[in-house]
Design a protein around this ligand. Structure first.
Ligand SMILES: C[S@@+](CC[C@H](N)C(=O)[O-])C[C@H]1O[C@@H](n2cnc3c(N)ncnc32)[C@H](O)[C@@H]1O
Length: 341
């Protein structure tokens, strides 16, 4: 009898070549609200279909495709139940990943992926070829829904790491912390809640600052300890602080990274601390996630996830003095620098 086993390499490559279907299925489930339609008990496909207003036959196919990847599980007779991973797609899951999933699969990503060979050949972003403007301009001017998803995805992602960062960041002797590119302010909020004497500055693009966490705005519970500043950190960071934090911001082109670090170096007094937090290509156990993000950053902003040596080099080019490099958690590293005299 002939050997009917499909060689693992064949299976691997076939599955990978169709892995866009997996990302699309996750997106469809997140947009339909399938995870929210299912509680702790298994439910039939018909019940779920009624709740999410979908065609039952097509929904069954979607659920089977997801279940083959461990997202939901098929129990007896046409009934599906949650797995740990599918629960993360629920809107009400603390530290969930619904918006991260939507962000990673937004319509602009599907325009960009087929052009990866062009981006690799040219070694630059292909976003401008498609949209005639930079990625963040496009996001805020032409794709407000996607911008809103981005802000919520960043907030969800920082909820996962804000407490870890607050736990390791040494704030002794610090009166003012500026979170540059701080998004809606999730990380700053965690730092202020942990350190009652601390004051904070949230710096980001105007559209993002306008949507800052209500508790950081005037009248909010932390509002009297926070200054909200809108601007472009590549041009200037007109803020005086004892510590400048840059978490997952320096992922664009190297020129912008060095410009941002120089802008901070020229605002900060000598000895002020600059803390850069990034997922490193060579320091993360999540190599598939980090390398995939690295490619998406090449496509949309001509950016990158850094290696440790690569980021150290850019810090040096900006004239900052690098001190310790240490882990924040299993997937983030913190580079502590000071502004030179
Ligand atoms: C990946 S998010 C990180 C947000 C936040 N630091 C965190 O870790 O959750 C990058 C942030 O940089 C901001 N940003 C992008 N371009 C900027 C610019 N030119 N000046 C200031 N902020 C900018 C974005 O609006 C966004 O909030």
């Amino acid at each position: 009898m002939s050997d009917m086993t499909v060689p693992p390499a064949v299976r691997q490559l076939r599955e990978l070549a169709l892995s866009a279907a997996c990302a699309a299925a996750l997106r469809a489930a997140a947009r339909l609200g399938v995870a929210d339609a299912l509680d702790d008990d298994p439910a039939s496909v018909d019940e779920i279909a009624r709740t999410v207003k979908a065609d039952a036959g097509a929904l069954r196919r979607l659920l089977r495709a997801l279940a083959s990847n461990g997202i939901f599980t098929e129990v007896t007779g046409d009934r599906f139940a949650h797995t740990d991973a599918s629960r993360l797609l629920r809107e009400d899951t603390p530290r969930g990943l619904r918006y991260t999933t939507l962000w990673a699969t937004e319509p602009w990503t599907w325009e960009l992926w087929p052009r990866l060979d062009e981006a690799v050949r040219a070694g630059r972003s292909v976003f401008g070829d498609l949209h005639d403007k930079g990625f963040f301009e496009y996001l805020h001017e032409d794709a407000p829904e996607s911008a809103a998803v981005f802000d919520r995805a960043m907030t969800q992602a920082s909820a996962l790491s804000a407490q870890a960062l607050a736990g390791v960041l040494d704030l002794r002797g610090m009166a003012v912390v500026a979170d540059v590119g701080g998004g809606q302010g999730g990380v700053l909020r965690a730092l202020l809640e942990r350190t009652p004497a601390l004051r904070g500055v949230l710096f980001d693009l105007p559209e993002v600052i306008a949507d800052a966490d209500p508790c950081l705005r005037p009248g909010g519970s932390l509002g009297d300890r926070v200054q909200l500043v809108a601007g472009d950190c590549r041009r200037e960071v007109p803020v005086e602080a004892d510590l400048y934090l840059l978490k997952n911001v320096l992922e664009w082109d190297d020129v912008s990274t060095v410009a941002t670090l120089r802008a901070i170096a020229s605002s900060g007094r000598p000895g002020a601390r600059v803390v850069i937090v990034e997922n490193l290509i060579d320091g993360s156990p999540e190599l598939r996630f980090t390398t995939a993000m690295d490619l998406l950053l090449l496509l949309n902003v001509g950016g990158r996830k850094h290696t440790r040596a690569g980021l150290e080099d850019l810090i040096g080019q900006a004239g900052l003095i690098l001190g310790r490099v240490e882990p924040v958690n299993s997937y983030l590293h913190m580079f502590t620098c000071v502004v030179s005299a």
